[in-house]
Design a protein around this ligand. Structure first.
Ligand code: PRP
Length: 184
């Protein structure tokens, strides 16, 4: 689905499919330069990371293993409480492995902060983070992120894996959702 197919639902397109692809190629070159000895284990965080995992992994010039986790924040009903429940765990033992977490967006940073710590506790040799988007204004924790597609303002963005009520994930571009969609 393209932005033009749901034009009335969007305020503006932030990044087109072509821009995203070009940026991912740049990030892939950084990752290749950093992991010269052995490819990292790519850990995608469901569901939003499906698109970046697919594109980043195919862009890389080495053969990483890929695994997936599904997590959800729970607690006070807020999306990012920092208390994380594992809904689907890795199939892979990360002991002694270099792990690269692949995410669509870092908002408060609480999910990734927890996840990084969790993987280190399991004995991962290193845990780095790659995210397509980061909202610096929304960060609630000091988390280092090694690979970032774009820093964006705190707006409601959808597409390229990012959803609103489970919709718009299949939008090829990343766009700001029009307020009338979520204010009703
Ligand atoms: C999003 C995103 C991160 C998390 C970031 O997932 O993929 O996992 O929120 O938020 P934080 O930085 O504030 O912790 P979401 O819970 O929307 O699930 P989804 O990937 O299935 O859409």
């Amino acid at each position: 689905m393209r932005a033009g197919d749901v034009q009335a639902d969007l305020s503006k397109v932030l990044y087109t499919e072509q821009q995203l692809r070009a940026r991912i190629a740049e990030v892939a070159r950084q990752i290749e330069a950093d992991y010269t000895a052995e490819p990292p284990l790519l850990v995608g965080v469901l569901k939003g990371a499906v698109m970046i995992m697919a594109d980043l992994s195919r862009e890389l010039k080495f053969m990483p293993e890929m695994d997936w986790m599904a997590v959800s924040s729970y607690g006070a009903g807020t999306k990012s409480s920092g208390v994380v429940k594992i809904l689907k765990d890795l199939d892979t033992d990360v002991m002694g492995r270099d792990v690269l977490i692949v995410e669509d967006i870092i908002d408060s940073g609480l999910t990734l902060s927890w996840l990084k710590e969790n993987l280190l506790t399991r004995g991962a040799k290193s845990v780095k983070i790659c995210t397509m988007l980061r909202k610096p204004e929304a960060l609630k924790t000091d988390i280092s992120v090694e690979y970032i597609g774009y820093d964006i303002p705190s707006e409601f963005v959808v597409g390229y894996g990012l959803d609103y009520a489970e919709k718009y994930r299949n939008l090829r571009d990343i766009a700001v959702l029009a307020p009338h969609v979520y204010e009703n």
